[in-house]
Design a protein around this ligand. Structure first.
Ligand code: SRM
Ligand code: SF4
Length: 591
């Protein structure tokens, strides 16, 4: 008899319930149609809720009034943020006809959200969205999301090309299942020419295979893609699963640098969860840009973790394979070789709020929107202002990657009319905005987000009022700094690239992060944990004091903090894994 220990049974990792739901959903159909047909208030079973996300829908509750039953959020995409005034007016009408809060929310990824719909609103709303050549398909869930692109609408061949690449990327990895059309649009045929940003599915053309790329299981997790220009990094190019930096040469883009493995979502107390800036894999000619992104998605599809959703994003796969290993796998999957990365020049960021020459004799105008929220409240009537501008001037619209939007192709006279419309409706203009408020962002959080641990969008405006006073008291009011807030560590307002961020821990309690850069090239780090909202300013006072007294000319808060403590290192942000003693001492805080 052999004394050898028998070889361990090879273990197949247990798949997450989400994998099962996707696989059993018949390409994202599940029982959605049946639940919809039931005209009661009954919500969707958990399996449907998983796949509904790919349809752009989240079942939520009003967390201010949990007894009020199921309500829904929908996300509508605009690849590269492109939209017409006509489309805006449809959205405006939908806010009245189908939402209870009569509000439109611009997101941090150039998309639009409605909240507070009931089940009966969904089908008519989606039908009208589709008739207006927009879609909610593939805005959420385990697929490629809305592709972001540098938004400032300069009239240059380079900016046009960036937008075209965003469109190409959008279509290249759009899920092809006919489920969306069947369920929401009564089976309208997909002919590929509808003008809808991702209506490309055609099972007949795909040889009867409904999802030639995604298969039954789609991706292990969401897959975020962006294309940016170094001198307009509003898209936060290093925070995407896969990204392109377009390299202009002689007035056109001939090549792109390809990045992978960026991502921000973390979980409190789980130190393995990380925020990470993307790594550069190399460069490819511009014609190969979409293929390179598809090759990254292929490696991710085939190797990403499907047994633990917390470890499933591309960044974890890239960390486990190493950058060289990941690059080699991408080259093999795409049957090409990366050329060395090209110099990008300095990475810069501007919000382009206010009027700017477009480059063709016309102007564009960047509208500042607090936390992306467009509504009419008291004397502040941004929704009405938007309606007036889009129905009278009808400008081209580009949604910006930071919850703002641009009106484009304007005459000087139209710029004046827009300014008058905004001022006349009580809205902010660049002249009456502090820097602290102008560059701030907060995620949605309460009352709709099911994952929120603390307030964000509803809390930041008042916190900023205090911060504005404290900065002014130290002569810091003209410094540019970015302050971001989220209701949990998932990172939806990209807090970890900000100079200063507040990340929700539990009701009225936040972690403070310091040290990021508005240009998106460095992550912040955890400065203080578990600070009560009423103590935030007291904890920041020594930091603002030191910044006020010791900064070198033009040094941002994040750069100052980093010079003082971290020595300018670019780092992966390991959740919670920092010894805090040293930097707390620097700013005179008790450790
Ligand atoms: Fe996000 C989940 C809102 C950008 C990381 N995000 C959610 C959900 C859907 C909550 C949920 O799963 O139940 C939130 C809906 C709240 C609501 O009521 O509207 C939500 N995320 C948002 C938006 C609307 C924030 C905003 O205020 O603008 C942004 C919508 C973007 C879009 O148009 O597609 C939004 N989310 C982001 C970003 C920033 C970005 O992509 O540039 C991130 C960090 C980058 C990243 O993905 O790593 C982000 N959201 C997450 C995560 C963490 C993912 C992770 O890898 O750990 C979750 C949670 C999840 O997926 O399980 C999440
Ligand atoms: Fe919700 Fe958290 Fe995202 Fe804020 S960061 S919207 S609280 S998931």
């Amino acid at each position: 008899m052999s004394t050898e220990t028998p070889a361990a049974e090879p273990k197949t990792p247990k798949l997450t319930p989400a994998e099962k739901h996707k696989a059993e959903s018949k390409h994202l159909r599940g029982s959605i149609a049946n639940v919809l047909a039931d005209d009661g208030k009954k919500g969707f079973p958990v399996g449907d809720q998983t796949i509904l996300k790919v349809h752009g829908l989240y079942e939520q509750t009003n967390r201010d009034d949990r007894k009020s039953g199921a309500q829904f959020m929908i996300r509508i995409m605009a690849p590269g943020g492109k939209m017409t005034s006509k489309q805006w007016l449809v959205l405006d009408q939908l806010a009245d006809d189908h939402t209870q809060n009569h509000s439109i929310r611009l997101t941090t990824r150039q998309a639009v959200q409605f909240h507070t719909m009931v089940k009966g609103d969904l089908k008519p709303l989606i039908t009208r969205v589709h008739q207006a050549l927009m879609t909610s398909w593939a805005t959420c869930g385990d697929v490629q999301r809305n592709v972001m692109a540098s938004g400032a609408p300069f009239a240059s061949p380079i900016h046009n090309q960036v937008q075209q690449i965003a469109d190409q990327l959008s279509r290249k990895l759009a899920p092809q299942s006919g489920a969306y059309h069947e369920i929401w649009l009564d089976g309208q045929k997909i002919d590929g020419n509808t003008g809808c940003p991702v209506c490309v599915g055609d099972t007949a053309k795909n040889g009867g295979n409904e999802e030639p790329f995604y298969g039954e299981n789609y991706l292990p997790r969401k897959f975020k893609v962006g294309i940016g220009l170094a001198d307009d990094n509003a898209v936060d190019i290093f925070t995407h699963d896969a990204a392109l930096i377009a390299i202009p040469e002689g007035g056109t883009i001939k090549a792109v640098n390809v990045l992978a493995g960026g991502g921000l979502g973390m979980t409190h107390r789980i130190e393995e969860t990380i925020a990470r800036l993307g790594s550069t894999l190399g460069s490819v000619p511009v014609e190969k840009a979409a293929d390179a992104i598809r090759a990254i998605a292929t490696v991710y599809r085939d190797n990403g973790n499907r047994s633990d959703r917390r470890a499933a994003r591309t960044k974890y796969l890239l960390e486990s394979m190493g950058v060289d290993g990941f690059r080699a796998a991408v080259e093999k999957a795409g049957n090409f070789t990366f050329a060395p990365a090209l110099p990008t020049g300095e990475i810069k960021y501007q919000d382009y709020i206010g009027a700017h020459a477009q480059g063709d004799g016309k102007f564009f105008y960047g509208v500042w929107i607090e936390n992306g929220r467009i509504s009419d409240v008291g004397d502040f009537k941004l929704r009405s202002a938007m309606r007036q501008i889009t129905s009278t001037i009808a400008p081209r619209i580009v949604l910006a990657p930071n919850q703002q939007l641009f009106f484009a192709d304007l005459t000087a006279e139209q710029v004046k009319q827009i300014e008058a419309a905004l001022a006349g409706h009580g809205c902010a203009t660049p002249a009456n905005l502090s820097n602290a408020r102008r560059y701030a962002m907060a995620c949605v959080a309460l009352p709709t987000c099911g994952l929120a641990l603390a307030e964000s969008e509803r809390a930041l405006p008042d916190i900023l009022t205090t911060i504005e006073k404290e900065l002014a008291a130290r002569g810091l009011q003209d410094e540019r700094l970015t302050i971001r807030m989220t209701g949990c560590p998932n990172g939806c307002a990209r807090p970890y690239t900000a100079d200063l961020a507040f990340v929700g821990r539990k009701p009225e309690v936040y972690d403070i992060f310091l040290g990021g850069r508005i240009e998106g090239t460095r992550l912040a780090e955890l400065y203080l944990e578990n600070v009560a909202v009423d103590d935030l300013m007291a904890k920041l006072a020594p930091v603002f004091d030191a910044w006020g007294k010791e900064r070198v000319k033009g040094e941002t808060l994040g750069d100052f903090y980093n010079r003082k403590y971290a020595g300018g290192a670019t780092r992966t942000l390991i959740n919670g894994g920092k010894e805090k003693q040293a930097y707390l001492t620097i700013f005179g805080q008790p450790a």
